[in-house]
Write a protein that binds this ligand. Structure first.
Ligand SMILES: [Zn+2]
Length: 495
């Protein structure tokens, strides 16, 4: 892609350059495959330029390397094609044949990748983000982008890290903000030609413009510029790029701390660069400043200057390297996730995620037992499929049912102590009894695998008319625990 000012001379020069390049390299530019796009210029001039170059006229929008190129603020119409591509990708996967955790993995690795690329350029319209979130949410829960599942957890909770009770997914709204922030940061820091050109459009005397412009990038930029300003700090080199008064180079901005006007002899510092108070890489503050602001003077003197002058550098305050990564941008201004105790018991490398997920659904009470279905408006006559003598509730099925009691009794006799079955938290509390690390892992594997197996048995009775046989099933559960022990510490255990 070549950009230039729309003059006949420029068009001729580009034409000659391409001709010369073709003659020397043997790689000729095909006029039939090349197009000319104009900005705000008359159609007569555009036609003249098109004739000079020999390229036909193209019209916006068009796609370039998968990114739609258009003029003005991003609208649904510009990005719908990409949204549809994501939707059809989701629909093409056999969602039903994957476990829910498999679907989470696919969304995290493929779908988020497809969208991040675009989020780093454009600020997507809210409506489109909602539409995409809905498709992803349906796909995760039901395997079908158009089918809503009845018993689900709020999407906000699902989109938190696993340690905070979620599934480690990201909300598109926050990913969009992260993309915009990353672009804003790259633009603010870069001194490459693209950044210089855009900065000349977006800033007047280092302040952002406050009038509307027809730009597809500006909307990404303006909403997060305050975040870049709030979370970055200038590392002083020669002081030439940093504003003494307006920029954060001391951990705060002087304009925020000094509320009265500066006295006359030093009032010019308001418009000065830091270089004004540096001489031969040593701080030289005016006497009147030192007398009036002794604490700030101490802070300034505490900043060491590099022995040889080098350009000032803007660094991201929470970053070790000083650079803003997409991950840091995502968590910027977000409440740190609150860790939930039980999550550390169910998500383990030695337990397949699809089994941990059953425990996760039980802990959140979002498993499709009769009580949860009735709560969400379904009219059914409830009966526990495993004992036939009680209503089916989450508590009954997994803590009280005579069927699961066979498992809990087995585990309890193995450990030589009773299990507290008053609720799920207290059941998992058995893991905290000061066991050796190996035994600790084994108990976790036993509980998670039992919950998973019982849910499977219940579904087999209910939907396939296949009835469980405890002694045979217990052998299977034991083998799963053995497997987990193998992956956990590589131990060979006999029981
Ligand atoms: Zn029962």
């Amino acid at each position: 892609m070549i950009f230039c000012k729309a003059t006949k001379k420029n068009a001729r020069n580009i034409h000659d350059l391409l001709e010369e390049y073709g003659a020397n390299s043997g790689q000729r530019v095909s006029p039939h495959k090349s197009k000319l796009y104009g900005g705000s210029i008359s159609s007569t001039r555009l036609t003249t330029l098109s004739n000079t170059l020999g390229f036909s006229l193209g019209s916006l929008p068009f796609d370039y390397l998968g990114v739609p190129i258009f003029k003005g603020k991003p609208k649904n119409i510009h990005l719908q094609a990409l949204a549809d591509r994501v939707k059809s990708k989701l629909a093409s996967w056999k969602g039903h044949s994957l476990s829910m955790m498999g679907r989470v993995q696919l969304v995290n690795s493929v779908i988020h990748g497809m969208l991040t690329y675009s989020f780093k350029v454009y600020s997507w319209p809210k409506g489109l983000i909602k539409q995409m979130d809905r498709c992803i949410r349906n796909f995760i829960w039901s395997g079908n982008v158009d089918k809503k599942k009845l018993v689900t957890l709020s999407w906000d909770k699902v989109c938190t890290p696993t340690s905070a009770g979620g599934l480690g997914l990201r909300k598109l709204k926050d990913m969009k903000k992260a993309g915009c922030l990353k672009l804003c940061w790259d633009l603010t820091k870069s001194d490459k030609q693209w950044a210089i050109t855009l900065k000349s459009r977006f800033f007047r005397n280092s302040s952002p413009i406050n009038h509307a412009i027809s730009s597809s990038i500006w909307s990404s930029f303006k909403n997060v510029l305050h975040l870049v300003r709030d979370h970055s700090i200038w590392k002083i080199g020669n002081g030439l790029s940093t504003s003494f008064w307006n920029d954060n180079w001391l951990g705060y901005k002087l304009k925020d701390l000094i509320l009265e006007p500066l006295p006359n002899p030093i009032s010019h510092l308001v418009n000065a660069k830091v270089a004004e108070v540096v001489h031969n890489q040593v701080w030289v503050l005016p006497e009147i400043f030192k007398q009036q602001f002794p604490i700030i003077t101490c802070d300034i003197h505490a900043l060491s200057l590099p022995s040889t002058p080098e350009p000032d550098e803007l660094v991201w305050e929470d970053s070790i390297s000083g650079e803003l990564t997409f991950k840091l941008a995502y968590s910027c201004d977000m409440q740190p996730p609150q860790c939930i105790g039980w999550t550390k018991f169910i998500w383990k490398l030695f337990i397949p995620p699809s089994r941990s997920l059953v425990a996760w659904r039980i802990m959140h009470n979002v498993i499709a037992t009769d009580d949860n279905l009735i709560k969400r408006g379904l009219t059914i006559v409830s009966c526990c499929s495993l004992c036939g003598s009680s209503y089916e509730t989450v508590t009954h099925l997994f803590l009280r049912c005579p069927f699961i009691m066979q498992y809990w009794n087995w585990l309890s006799s193995l450990l030589g102590m009773p299990l507290d079955l008053s609720n799920f938290d207290s059941l998992l509390g058995i893991c905290n009894k000061g066991w050796s690390p190996q035994l600790h892992d084994l108990i976790i594997a036993a509980i998670v695998n039992i919950l998973w197996k019982v849910w499977k048995c219940r579904n087999n009775v209910r939907f396939n008319d296949i009835y469980p046989y405890f002694s045979r099933d217990l052998i299977y559960v034991k083998s799963l625990i053995h497997q987990a022990a193998h992956y956990s510490k590589g131990l060979n255990i006999s029981e």
